[in-house]
Design a protein around this ligand. Sequence first.
Ligand code: SAH
Length: 487
Amino acid sequence: MGKVYLVGAGPGDPGLITVKGRRLLENADCIVYDRLANPRLLSLARERCRLIYVGKAASRHTMKQEEINALLVHCAAEYETVVRLKGGDVYVFGRGGEEGLFLMEHGVEFEVVPGISSCTGGLAYAGIPITHRGLSHGFRVVTAHDKDDKLTKLDFASMAHGEETLVFLMGLSKVGEIAAGLLEAGMPMQMPAAVISHATLPSQQIVSAPLGELAETLQCRPLSSPALIVVGKVVSLRENLNFFEKLPLFGRKILIPHPGRESSPLTEYFEGLGAKVTEVCTGEIRGIPGAFSAEMLDGIKCLAFSSKHGVDAFFHGLFALGKDVRSLAGICIAAVGSATADRLFSYGVHADLIPSEFHSDALCETIRRKTGFAGEEVLFVKVRGSLSPCFVDFGVHVAELYENHPMEEESIRAQARGESYTDMVFSCSSAVHATAKALGAEVLRKSRCFSIGEKTSETLRTYGIMPIQAQRADLQTLAQTVMTGGK
Ligand code: SAH
């Protein structure tokens, strides 16, 4: 019999899960998750981990709690480590207690890993401290949704004195009733109040108004669930404490199309600055079977890599033959840029040469000038496809060890979800072609398009797009360019 871990996923921002929760996700054999747990967290799971969704499906059918309880027992019988991932904290209106009791009754071992609840974390991201000396000496967290979906059980009289911060969960459709209840019980019309939707996520939105005007204000600016309602003097601190919406990229929706399934390092960086980022995998990176041979290295004095994928494909081939880095002893290693050099380093290999500009012409020039090797002493590892004229003229050996197999246009469209983006960030020409073909050049023209370097910019221009180009062709400079808008 396995063990079930009831894990709090945090309120939304995937960075707000606990270290223990994250470790469990990485080791789980099965994850049972619902609607409020950020799906991004699921990418932490191992490849063979079984993922079971128990939230609202497209048909809007929600799995009944009894069914979920039974499912957990069933999963524990089948898998060693089962993670039951829940939004926010497990025990704050999360029905974690019911699941724990059921597991206990059925002899299934379980543990609880608490999470950051939306009632504290969500408020914090809205710039509202749930308590504050002199303004609120406590807080009350209440559900606006009971078994019969009625508010009648709420004791508004005991809440209306304004000494405590009040947080209502599951109450978006009942803002009017809640406000009326509190006002009727004697709470002042001017009491600060707010509704926070999608708290801690880049889509966070807040409507703030005195309690007497909250419902009306919300009618003019409707918000979508999940949402918190907060009432209390602490709401007035929001203007000064609202750090999240002041992040430099808050409100920006950025599309990052790139080949390969590996997540772009830009994503985490932009998200950390408040942007909503969508990655699109434009092509599958596939090794070419049989393309690598040990003899390739015979007589080679310089080995040049044009991308991190080339590095992976090379070592994959080398290791498959039972060889290792010792085969590279005495060979000068050149990398097109810092990302490629970093990938080489992960295999224990230092790049001897990195050109000052990160593109293949510069790589070729650097090898020519700095090493003095003849062309046939150089092996250039690259993607299948055209070779830059500079390398052709130099007469190097070429090892095409992998290919960038384009994704179906339909898949690219599905990943982009038909949304509009303020910015699109391109780090290679193949991503430009794939995105423009799948989404249509006019969609790209509606966004600001950023390009890593001259080749990518040239490709963008062929679609009639005037890109903002990074001053230097590396990811760091590209990230800076997006931050500043190229100014
Ligand atoms: N266990 C969760 C609460 C589950 S009840 C927790 O600790 O946060 C679901 C309710 O939580 C929603 O109806 C909404 O009121 C609130 N909620 C959860 N995540 C939220 C978010 N990111 N933004 C706003 N409200 C959220």
